[in-house]
Design a protein around this ligand. Structure first.
Ligand code: AMP
Length: 283
């Protein structure tokens, strides 16, 4: 496995055998089973697998979030070697954004609600770095998690709009046994916060139960989630949403397909989770 901070070495590895298919898994490191599920899917579907590990400063809108973000690159590389990954790119900030850097990619409407509204500038940072990763690796397929549902939709939009020559593959959310969606930020939770963090999944499951009982009203689904979240003293709601799974606009009245999603602070740690009801609809 090649581990390198250098763009030119990744590019050389990519083009050493031009006829092969490549799968790319972009990450910010502190890898867990969620990331590894993407890596395994990429390993199964491609001749070569590349992983990037880069805590992308321009997608963080809170300096304290960037400063506290967990970093464990050596351990990450051991995990990736065990999965049979071929190339790991670990660029420095200067390698990714050299002095004089001034080009950014902006996707419009679909970045405005939800995470885009709560985290100004976040998706501009994501699309910029992912576009650059696509140019460096030129993968056949790129793998993202449904955990970041809006991010996956934004990347799909960018790939379509800018005609990137690759397939976007979105993989299901991997959860802890108690339902908490795996996240690098879970490492930052204290013991009581870790217990409280299950409230996101409990809120989603309560809305799902209401849906299965015939509830279709979007506001009622939001109210069900809010009521569960209100029962957890350590939780502070950032947003709760019942949105169209394709456009991500907030729904009113009866829904046929719905993306339930939320962002909730547990102590200082901001967690997100989501669940799709009624099938995803076709983008
Ligand atoms: P991150 O390192 O948080 O930027 O995540 C890298 C990729 O892994 C993104 O495409 C995430 O959506 C995906 N991912 C993170 N957590 C999970 C999870 N629990 N299940 C599935 N995919 C995940």
């Amino acid at each position: 496995m090649l581990v390198t901070p250098f763009l030119h070495e990744v590019r050389a590895a990519r083009w050493a055998e031009p006829g092969l298919t490549w799968g790319l898994v972009p990450t910010m490191g502190a890898l867990h089973e969620g990331h590894l599920s993407l890596v395994r899917r990429a390993r199964a579907e491609n001749d070569r697998v590349g992983v990037s590990i880069f805590v992308n400063p321009i997608q963080f809108n809170r300096p304290e979030d960037l400063a506290s973000y967990p970093r464990q690159v050596e351990r990450d590389c051991e995990l990736l070697a065990a999965e049979g990954v071929d190339v790991v790119w670990t660029p420095s900030e200067a390698e990714m954004y050299p002095p004089g850097y001034q080009t950014y990619v902006t996707v419009e409407e679909i970045t405005r609600p939800l995470e885009g509204a709560a985290r100004p500038g976040h998706f501009r940072g994501v699309t910029t770095v992912v576009a650059k990763l696509f140019n460096v690796f030129q993968p056949t397929r790129a793998y993202f998690g449904q955990k970041d549902a809006q991010q996956a939709a934004v990347i799909r939009q960018m790939v379509r709009d800018l005609a990137f020559n690759l397939e976007v593959v979105v993989c299901p959310i991997v959860r802890e046994p108690d339902g908490l969606a795996m996240s690098s930020r879970n490492l930052l939770l204290k013991a009581d916060e870790r217990r409280a963090a299950t409230v996101l999944y409990r809120a989603l499951k309560a809305a799902e139960a209401a849906w299965q009982g015939g509830q279709r009203d979007a506001e009622a689904l939001r109210a069900t989630m809010r009521a569960v979240l209100a029962g957890e003293p350590l939780a502070r709601v950032d947003y709760v949403s019942a949105a169209d799974p394709v456009t991500l606009t907030e729904l009113d009245g009866a829904a046929t397909h719905v993306l339930l999603s939320m962002a909730v602070f547990i102590g200082q740690v901001r967690l997100i989770d989501n669940l799709v009801l009624g099938g995803e609809g076709s983008p």
